[in-house]
Design a protein around this ligand. Structure first.
Ligand SMILES: *[C@@H]1O[C@H](CO)[C@@H](O)[C@H](O)[C@H]1NC(C)=O
Ligand SMILES: *[C@@H]1O[C@H](CO)[C@@H](O)[C@H](O)[C@H]1NC(C)=O
Ligand SMILES: *[C@@H]1O[C@H](CO)[C@@H](O)[C@H](O)[C@H]1NC(C)=O
Ligand SMILES: *[C@@H]1O[C@H](CO)[C@@H](O)[C@H](O)[C@H]1NC(C)=O
Ligand SMILES: *[C@@H]1O[C@H](CO)[C@@H](O)[C@H](O)[C@H]1NC(C)=O
Ligand SMILES: *[C@@H]1O[C@H](CO)[C@@H](O)[C@H](O)[C@H]1NC(C)=O
Ligand SMILES: *[C@@H]1O[C@H](CO)[C@@H](O)[C@H](O)[C@H]1NC(C)=O
Length: 406
């Protein structure tokens, strides 16, 4: 998803600028380095279409449906990213530590309360709790891609059972997925690919993901010669956990809820090889934008230091904030006090870049209108084409929004 969309983003970039009221006010949007990338007012009244059928017909064909008659409606702070999320990493990356925390209530800069660790991984001691390492390494299908399955300690090969990732550097272009240790049972995860390993993601409105990782430069002769997509482009991101359980990179957009806005949050992402030391953060849903592949971008970046280990992550709070940071003060204890988090953030807050999302409400169109959009989407060869059709659909509400912004 992420790679093929790079090209698409540049194609639709101008169209989005036309519609995005924020972009119209800006000059050179990417010039600033910051220490905190902050999103505010995250969460809206919206909906997406879940996958209701996914099937590999044979090695080259698949059959999928989106449930357009029963859209999943969401609302409230952080939505739809308040749903269970999966964690994804793209090389070059050496993951040293990972942790997921929740708390009962959090607002940016709270100084009371604590966070509890619900999942943990430490590559150097091999300690793990409540994590499953997966990758697109299972059964192959030209339409769905490879099924999500267990990876071995290298993160690259299929394993027969859940295996702890080693202290390894995942190479350029390769990806790994982290889910919780809780396997899907009954209807608890919605529809998923039957030939894959299905696990729950990480829940919570008030949730925090922390990482300690190295992102060493990949300047090997061979990689330079090959210059593949994703060359030396480290990324760490979150998806609505339904997306990898159906298909992360399908050629048929009906095999994923992503195109209709079930949600993606890019925490640290190198977006192209001319900005190899800049980590950008982007939300991919329909909260005030027309094209989901463009996403809602925070127009500043954090510095990637290829020679040194980095620590940091993202904190989501019920005040609608999502705070992305890198700080050597980050700790991974089983309980973390807000006084500590606040002191990490205070030391950085001289350089915060805030991106406030628009307050919007989108309701599903009547089922006849939706069906016609849906059949048009089915004719689209790829997810990218489906994206622009959905984009067209949201244009209508943008015109209304445009009037409000005059
Ligand atoms: C796979 O299934 C599709 C759709 O039913 C069919 O058109 C195609 O011929 C099949 N391919 C093979 C190799 O069986
Ligand atoms: C983990 O891997 C890094 C990079 O190869 C290495 O510098 C470090 O010493 C390793 N740590 C352990 C405990 O093996
Ligand atoms: C996985 O299991 C199969 C069958 O039991 C066995 O032949 C194979 O060696 C195992 N692979 C690994 C990596 O353990
Ligand atoms: C493991 O993570 C899942 C995440 O969805 C959570 O439901 C479960 O309670 C966690 N287990 C423990 C022991 O924390
Ligand atoms: C470079 O390309 C060759 C030929 O396609 C391939 O065998 C090799 O694994 C590639 N190397 C890297 C580092 O991607
Ligand atoms: C790389 O990404 C940045 C940030 O999105 C953008 O400003 C720049 O134009 C891109 N460069 C290329 C060559 O695409
Ligand atoms: C963070 O710590 C590493 C050593 O682990 C050091 O090389 C790096 O310069 C530090 N980064 C900052 C921003 O202080």
């Amino acid at each position: 998803m992420k790679l093929s969309l790079l090209t698409l983003s540049s194609v639709v970039g101008f169209a989005v600028a036309d519609f995005h009221p924020k972009l119209l006010r800006r000059g050179s949007p990417y010039s600033n380095e910051a220490d905190i990338l902050q999103f505010s007012n995250v969460g809206y009244d919206g909906f997406y279409y879940p996958v209701s059928k996914i099937e590999a017909v044979n090695a080259s064909a698949c059959s999928c449906s989106l449930d357009v008659d029963n859209p999943i409606k969401f609302s409230g702070p952080i939505s739809p990213l308040d749903e269970e999320l999966s964690v994804h990493l793209r090389g070059p990356v050496n993951l040293r530590k990972f942790a997921w925390y929740t708390t009962s209530s959090y607002s940016y800069k709270d100084t009371t309360g604590n966070w509890n660790r619900g999942a943990y991984f430490d590559a150097e001691t091999g300690e793990t709790s409540n994590v499953t390492f997966l990758g697109n390494v299972g059964t192959d299908n030209l339409c769905l891609g490879r099924a999500l399955d267990y990876t071995d300690e290298t993160g690259l090969e299929i394993a027969n059972s859940s295996t702890v990732l080693g202290n390894v550097t995942i190479p350029s272009s390769e990806e790994i997925t982290i889910m919780s240790g809780v396997e899907c049972e009954g209807d608890s995860c919605g529809v998923y690919r039957s030939d894959s390993k299905a696990y729950h993601g990480f829940y919570g409105v008030n949730k925090m993901f922390l990482f300690e990782f190295a992102a060493p430069s990949d300047l090997s002769e061979e990689t330079l010669k090959n210059k593949t997509d994703g060359y030396d482009m480290t990324a760490i991101w979150l998806l609505n956990a339904q997306i990898p359980r159906t298909a992360q990179y399908p050629t048929n957009s009906d095999c994923s809820s992503w195109g209709s806005g079930s949600g993606e949050f890019d925490i640290f992402e190198i977006v192209n090889d001319t900005e190899r030391t800049h980590f950008y953060s982007t939300i991919h849903d329909f909260q005030g934008i027309e094209y989901i592949s463009e996403g809602i971008q925070n127009y500043a970046y954090l510095e990637r230091t290829p020679e040194s280990v980095m620590k940091g992550g993202v904190i989501f709070g019920e005040d609608g904030t999502a705070t992305v940071f890198l700080s050597n003060s980050t700790t991974f204890d089983d309980s973390i006090a807000n006084t500590d988090i606040n002191s990490w953030l205070d030391a950085l807050s001289g350089s915060t870049h805030d991106e406030t999302l628009l307050s919007i409400s989108v309701t599903p169109a009547s089922s006849t209108a939706v069906s016609s959009i849906h059949s048009a989407k089915s004719n689209a060869a790829a997810g990218a084409a489906g994206d622009s059709i959905l984009g067209h659909f949201t244009t209508i509400f943008y015109i209304i929004l445009g009037l409000l912004y005059v």
